[in-house]
Write a protein that binds this ligand. Sequence first.
Ligand code: BDP
Length: 729
Amino acid sequence: MKRGLFFAGLCAAVVAVCAQAEDGYDLWLRYHPLEKAAVARYRPLASAVVVAGQSPTAAAAREELLRGLSGLLGRPETLETQFLHSGTILVGTPAQSPVIAALKLPLAKAGDEGFVLRSATVKGKTVTVITGNSDVGVLHGTFAYLRLLQTRQPIDHLDVISAPKIKLRMLDHWDNVDRTIERGYAGFSIINWFELPGHVSPQFKDYARANASLGLNGTVLTNPSGTSFAVALTEPWLKKSAALAAVMRPYGIKIYLSARFSAPMEIGGLKTADPLDPAVRQWWKDKADEIYRIIPDFGGFLVKANSEGQPGPQDYGRSHADGANMMADALAPHGGIVLWRAFVYSLKPEDRVRQAYSEFKPYDGQFRDNVVVQSKNGPLDFQPREPFSPIFGGMSKTSTGMEFQITKEYLGFEIHLVYLGTMWQEVLRSETYAKGPGSSVARVVDGSLFDRKLTSIAGASNIGTARNWCGSIFDQANWYAFGRLAWDPDLDAKAIAEEWVKMTFTSDPAFVSPVVAMMMGSRETAVDYMMPFGLAHQMATSHHYGPGPWVNNAGRADWNPVYYNRADAGGIGVDRTASGSNAIEQYAPALAKQFADPATTPENLLLWFHHLPWSYRMASGATLWDALVSHYDGGVKQVAVMQTQWAALKPYVDEERFTITNDFLAMQKDNAMLWRDASIAYFQSLSGLPLPNGVSAPAQPLSYYEALRLPFAPGSPGRTAAPFREERD
Ligand code: BDP
């Protein structure tokens, strides 16, 4: 073979290998070489690097910058300050670098964790400065700088100041200590407790990098549900957590643990967990002291109490405030935080969506300063669409933290392509009217509305041992969007999607715009085929994947799909006005008034607030029945459109990531038809109304559903598989 041909063949083989290697592991930090034109534009401005700091965090910034630039543009020179030339990037705090200090940049606005990116002239040379008040700020600035290159932004006149608007930006792992994950659809937990503290998987550093690239600063290692997580508060386990904390620390991320309320009994040998009992209080103080001896920068506790069978203060006739404050007092001397969840769920006659507010509102103002009351975005449970929880805006004297669910428990697991950025934006931009117009949920959560210093956004993680971390490539976008919104809840979901697509795939506009369009419409599409107009919780079984609007545990004061749709011969929807549960009274008067009347209720929440006849006239003039059917059907059609769009993009994507997405879209299409058919068939059996023109009769929805039944329920609580335990018989 001729030499030239041989090399051509070799290169082709290398390219093929590279294409195959795109398995998603690198997330949005791929740093593949930019196209020639971009290299020509950027390289003269990014040919050398001076990193002033020496700490492990400064080393992490340096490593990332070199890794990023080397991949994107070609390896930069690493210089000492005195030799800098045009095109040098100066990295460090003013305290570390007199050159940076002399520039007197507006660092006051960057806070403890933010950064400044600035093009400047030093000794006649054109340089770029990445700086902050702390090494962590500089690290965040480094990732932001690389993002500019990855998304092809101009870098020649940089003048960026950015500081996080939220203090605690947390990823909550619902990972059980046996490595199963509650509501996890991406394999098992990346935390291998069995090997810790002796060995920390190198994957953990990549996990820290990914989180730090978004500016996240906290991670809860253990699930707040279940029965076994108290063990994580024992000394041997704290040492395991300490090994993880050591990897996270340089990346500015603190670790937190879920605290089981009954831990003093389970691991402390006490007879009670009563929060007003002096021995119990002392136990938590001693435990906090011990934790901080082992993990000096421990973040604090996440607590789920008196919800879904979890123990809590009410077991002793005490309140949520009593319980939260006891733990807060134990952590306060060390600067620790209690994240007390407002997701309460127990069998009571009260409308379920009223419960969190009813239980927490009376204690507004009674929680310690280091307590966050962490509420899900909606009053029910991470449904495809809910109004915002009235806790936001309703508790002006409490730090109310936002809890989103990144893992798609109710939105098609890892299979359905659903971008959640739009959903979270809708929640954050919702108007609470707590202090009149301009009182958005974002303003409550960022602390500006009620002048709260302690602010928090948490997301239930979607990460597991899947090679691509999230089970699907597009679910990586939800991790990404969550982190970006936690840093700045005012960011735009579309802009975030664009960034992610460019960083994850390519910046070619022929790819970016259709994919962003797919993502932007995807949540509404899922709402349409699953539960339009504010219907909620229409899943058949506890695994929450497939449809089953008909399930009715008749006679029990239970919550099931029928409880949430109230469909009968006369109509559908839940009356939450004064003639029903009056849940609307938990909102500010201006909103309560709006929600009281179907004509002024946003159509996408109509059936959340109202029970209406099938013949109700929608704004379009169509009857409710016809509109409902056409939304279910429209959702299916939209999935088909996504399928076609994706198929046409094959030339732009590597084989592996193309195929998984293609396969999942086909599954989503089948599932969407199932949702439509099952729902329409059931509602039609009650309404007796004909299907509108163009919509065909559902094909045997029940047997359809049976076909989908899984032999096990992925991600369901109580699943027993334990990957590191060998079964012997
Ligand atoms: C529900 C989940 C359940 C969680 C619970 C929670 O179905 O598995 O434990 O939320 O948030 O949505 O605690």
